[in-house]
Design a binder for this molecule. Structure first.
Ligand code: MEV
Length: 319
């Protein structure tokens, strides 16, 4: 018997940083996924991935591993899951990943969600998506010290979601067809550090920064309407305004700014930082010209074409 489970990556469209202060946010699952194949192993648990070029033997009791090939990376999440949620009987996990690591597309959340779904199915446990989302958030918290529940929720449920001021999550009843491009440099952002630096800017200049944060919240609400009405050019315009405000919060960098302007020049209707900034990624809305934007961003940096996807986690058994 083999179990296959797959979960999508995600991107934040609007509301990063402002969401920390209770403003709304919009995020969505994308058509890039993490897929886990799980089966019984003979004497030791194994985690391997051709896509990432690694293989390791796992000691799930002691939470240790012996690397046979490649770099460890995502293995911390797998070990935490098997340590916390498994009876330590030997299994083999094989990961395929078409979400680039470090692209800001939530690869660790997607791997965590897919692994939990595969494991629960293998254990013949009764579970639903809410349970997976909750457990995945706990795992990410344990590994990272702090994690946004948005990543694991979006990866579990799929679709475009709106997180309201009172922290309620609702799915959009729209199917936005627009294509997007994510651009990312090899310099990764540090979310904790960026959140702290916005906080201290806000503490030093509350009269100026508080209204900026409120305005980002207003942009998110305007964007919600634009998404429902499928107004892709309006959406782009709102992304550009949001980018200006993120810049004013000090989370922009030369590289991100260069990519933002390159994308607009190549025909994106809007572009902005996605995620915490300070390195990391940008997202460009491309109702037209997706190829041109992709080429422009790939020239100096890395880029990936994405669309939003309604497909959350799924799991099946193969006999
Ligand atoms: C990071 O992806 C998004 C931030 O708003 C932090 C968070 O919401 O946890 C910057």
């Amino acid at each position: 018997m083999e179990i296959i489970a797959s979960a999508p990556g995600k991107t934040i469209l609007f509301g990063e940083h402002a969401v920390v202060y209770g403003e709304p946010a919009i995020a969505g699952a994308v058509n890039k996924r993490a897929t886990i194949r799980l089966k019984e192993a003979s004497d030791v648990s194994i985690f391997k991935s051709n896509d990432l070029g690694f293989e390791a033997e796992l000691d799930t009791v002691a939470k240790r591993y012996r690397l046979k090939k490649g770099k460890p990376g995502i293995i911390k999440y797998i070990l935490e899951i098997l340590h916390k949620c498994h009876d330590h009987s030997p299994i083999e996990l094989d990961l395929s990943l078409d979400i680039p690591i470090g692209s800001g597309l939530g690869s660790s959340a997607a791997v965590t969600v897919a692994t939990l779904a595969a494991l629960f199915k293998y254990q013949r446990k009764k579970f639903n998506k809410s349970f997976i989302a909750k457990k995945a958030h706990e795992i990410e918290n344990n590994v990272q010290g702090v994690a946004s529940p948005l990543d694991t929720r979006v990866s579990t449920f799929g679709g475009l979601i709106y997180l309201s001021k009172d922290k309620k999550i609702s799915k959009f009843d729209t199917n936005l067809k627009s294509s997007f491009v994510i651009g990312y440099t090899s310099k990764r952002g540090n979310t904790g550090r960026m959140v702290k630096s916005v906080k201290s800017l806000k503490n030093r200049n509350p009269m100026v920064v508080n209204p900026i944060i409120k305005t980002i919240g207003k942009i998110t609400d305007e964007a919600k309407i634009a998404i429902i009405k499928k107004q892709e050019f309006k959406l782009g315009e709102l992304m550009n305004i949001n980018q200006g405000l993120l810049d004013s919060l000090g989370v922009n960098t030369n590289e991100l700014s260069r990519m933002v302007y390159l994308a607009r020049k190549a025909g994106a209707s809007g572009s902005k930082i996605t995620g915490a900034g300070g390195g990391g990624s940008i997202i460009a809305c491309c109702p037209r010209n997706q190829d041109r934007v992709f080429k422009a961003l790939s020239y100096h940096d890395n880029a990936i074409k994405v669309n939003f996807s309604n497909r959350g986690v799924f799991v099946k058994e193969i006999r």
